[in-house]
Design a protein around this ligand. Structure first.
Ligand code: FMN
Length: 183
C-alpha cells in the first residue's frame, strides 16, 4: 500500500493485512518530529503495524536532522526500508522538504547520503517528475539519489507539482485526475 497520510492508520492497516497486503508504507513522518520525539509523530510511528514489510517514510531538508531520524528508525526487525519523501507538495511539507527538494538536487543528494549513512536499511526515494513542468529533472535526481545512496531508487509518480495546480484550476491532465495534497 502506498504512503497515505491520514489513511494508513492502524485500523486501515489491519484491514489491509487481513486482506493479504504484506507491504505497507507509513504516512510521511517529519524528521524533526522523530528527532525531537514529538508526541504525535511518536504515536504515528509506534502504532504502525507489525507482521508486514513496513516502509517508514520521512521528510525533511536538513541532512543532519534526516540522518538523526534515520538512525532512530534503524530497526530491521521493525522496518523493511526508509523512504525519503521528495514528492509531497503540501505547503507545510515544502517549507522543509517534500517535492521542494527536487529544486535543489545537490541538497537532495546530501539528504539521501545522510540517511543512507545512518541506517542499515534500504533507502528509497519517492519523487515526482519535477517541481513543475518547466523543470522536469527526475532522471537527474534519480541518478543523484543512486550515487548518494546505496544504489536503490524508486520513482512512483509520473507528474510534476504544477500538474496538481492545473488540477485545482480545472485544467486537468489524464495523469492528474485526483485531488489529494500528497499525490
Ligand atoms: C489521502 C492521501 C494521502 C497521501 N499521503 C501521502 C504521503 O504521506 N506520502 C506520499 O509519498 N504520498 C502520499 N500520497 C500519494 C500516494 O502515495 C500515491 O502516490 C498517489 O495516491 C497516487 O497513486 P495511484 O497512482 O496509485 O493513485 C497520498 C495520497 C492520498 C490519496
Amino acid at each position: 500500500m502506498a504512503p497515505m497520510a491520514g489513511i494508513n492508520v492502524p485500523s486501515f492497516c489491519e484491514l489491509l493485512i487481513s486482506n493479504g497486503c504484506d507491504f505497507i508504507y507509513s504516512a510521511l513522518l517529519t524528521s524533526y518530529g522523530i528527532v525531537r520525539e514529538n508526541k504525535k509523530t511518536m504515536e504515528m510511528k509506534d502504532t504502525l503495524p507489525a507482521g508486514v514489510d513496513l516502509v517508514v517514510q520521512i521528510f525533511g531538508g536538513v541532512p543532519e536532522v534526516m540522518a538523526e531520524a534515520a538512525a532512530a528508525l534503524d530497526d530491521p526487525k521493525r522496518f523493511a526500508a526508509i523512504d525519503v519523501n521528495m514528492g509531497c507538495p503540501a505547503p507545510k511539507v515544502i517549507k522543509c522538504g517534500g517535492v521542494a527538494l527536487m529544486k535543489t538536487p545537490e541538497l537532495a543528494g546530501r539528504v539521501v547520503r545522510a540517511v543512507a549513512e545512518k541506517t542499515s536499511l534500504p533507502v528509497t526515494v519517492k519523487m515526482r517528475l519535477g517541481w513543475d513542468e518547466a523543470s522536469i529533472n527526475f532522471i537527474e535526481l534519480a541518478r543523484i539519489c543512486i550515487d548518494n545512496g546505496r544504489r536503490q531508487s524508486h520513482c512512483t509518480r509520473a507528474r510534476a507539482r504544477s500538474a496538481l495546480r492545473a488540477n485545482r484550476t480545472g485544467h486537468r491532465s489524464r495523469a492528474s485526475r485526483k485531488r489529494s495534497p500528497c499525490r
